[in-house]
Design a protein around this ligand. Structure first.
Ligand code: PLP
Length: 384
């Protein structure tokens, strides 16, 4: 059987099947050395020179992710999702124009509005789920990058990746997609025409809330990707070997976890839609979600592990609901095996498109009946 005929879940389960040549260990060792012996003829025949540009454990984890994302030009791991995302913008030049999703991870929006703008990037934020608005915002020959997050945190709007790629390419720009909340189990943006896919690998790729990591994958090994590689190498953004090992261990069970988490998120979204104390459920798997038809086309096997609810009683009722959960953990972040709940508006602050009555739910792998019962008691307690 050739590797090409194996399902990604089989390749991921065995982390590409690498066996340590020295000991025949099924789990490869963690490579910690920061420096490597130079040959007598002054060459570096192993290909490794120094730990900042390269590390074998990082390479092994990158190979798993590149396989999952069908990334022909490969993957690069970074010390956080923000380090990965900002490397893409730092690969641009001062004066370049960028169009970015209005609804996106709040800290990246804040960085774009402050640091990136200071450095000379011109950025317009638009609803990238509205293709007419996206097309209007893109300036042919001037716009160099469209940055789309889909599903977008925390409203879970859906950008049509194939259509956005067409708009980008017609204008001479690249399309980068933050696919953290879809994961390669449900969407492979590079196969839909995106040029770069980004992950906060801190989330479902690792899946156990114990690693901060980021990743970029590219379709083409072109001059832009070379710039991104230079940014990581020169600025020292590489992930450490221990974290790379943990991430690789997490990705071995990605499919199992993601399938369970998305199935539970769907079940919760449906049941919460009928809850008398919930005014609205935001989840792309629901037919009434504005992005549902596109999501049904570009997401396979599920709609992701993230959903949000708007609580009927408004902001105070939302905060009180989060205070009453017993099984859910009241904490930021997402994608781990444990379910999390968060009042997002109090994190995101002024300028956020997040409504004040919104609670964000990250669905873990616990029993879905237990999860629903916990939300139901937390919502209902103030009404008994
Ligand atoms: N993108 C999304 C969608 C996120 O949710 C996050 C973090 O929450 C990031 C990027 C940033 O990742 P990190 O926290 O690893 O820097």
């Amino acid at each position: 059987m050739t590797k090409r005929s194996l399902h990604p879940r089989s390749l991921a389960a065995q982390a590409m099947g690498k066996i340590d040549p020295l000991t025949k260990a099924v789990v490869p060792p963690i490579h910690v050395s920061t420096t490597y012996i130079r040959d007598e003829d002054n060459a570096y025949s192993s290909g490794f020179i120094y730990g900042r540009p390269d590390n074998e454990t990082v390479h092994e984890a990158q190979a798993v992710l590149a396989m999952l994302e069908e990334a022909k030009a490969g993957a690069l791991l970074f010390g956080s999702g923000m380090a990965a995302a900002t490397a893409v913008f730092q690969a641009l030049s001062p004066g370049d124009h960028v169009v970015a999703s209005k609804v996106m991870y709040w800290a990246l929006r804040a960085w774009l509005l402050t640091e990136a703008t200071r450095w000379g990037l011109k950025i317009d934020f638009v609803e990238t789920d509205d293709l007419a608005k996206l097309k209007d915002a893109v300036k042919p020959g001037v716009t160099k990058l469209i940055w789309a997050e889909t599903p977008s945190n925390p409203l879970w709007t859906i950008t049509d990746i194939a259509a956005a790629a067409e708009i980008a390419h017609a204008a001479g720009a690249k399309l980068a997609v933050d696919s953290t909340c879809a994961s390669p189990v449900h969407t492979r943006p590079l196969t839909l025409g995106a040029d770069i896919v980004m992950h906060a690998a801190t989330k479902v790729l690792n899946g156990h809330s114990d690693v901060v990591a980021g990743a970029l994958c590219a379709r083409e090994d072109d001059a832009f990707w070379a710039r991104v590689k230079t940014v990581r190498k020169m600025q020292g953004g590489i992930l450490g070997p221990f974290e790379a090992y943990l991430l690789m261990r997490g990705m071995r069970t990605l499919h199992l976890r993601q399938e369970r988490q998305s199935a539970s998120a769907m079940a919760l979204a449906e049941r919460l839609s009928a809850h008398p104390l919930v005014s609205r459920v935001l989840y792309p798997g629901l037919p009434q979600h504005p992005g549902h038809d596109i999501a049904a086309r570009q997401m396979q096997g599920g709609f992701g592990y993230m959903l949000s609810i708007q609580v009927g009683g408004g902001e105070q009722a939302a905060v009180a609901t989060a205070a009453r959960v017993e099984l859910y953990k009241r904490a930021t972040s997402l994608g781990g095996v444990e379910s999390l709940i968060e009042h997002r508006a109090s994190i995101e602050g002024a300028g956020s498109p997040c409504p004040p009555d919104l609670l964000r739910l990250s669905t873990g792998i616990e029993d879905v009946e237990d999860l629903y019962a916990d939300l139901d008691q937390a919502l209902s307690a103030g009404h008994r």
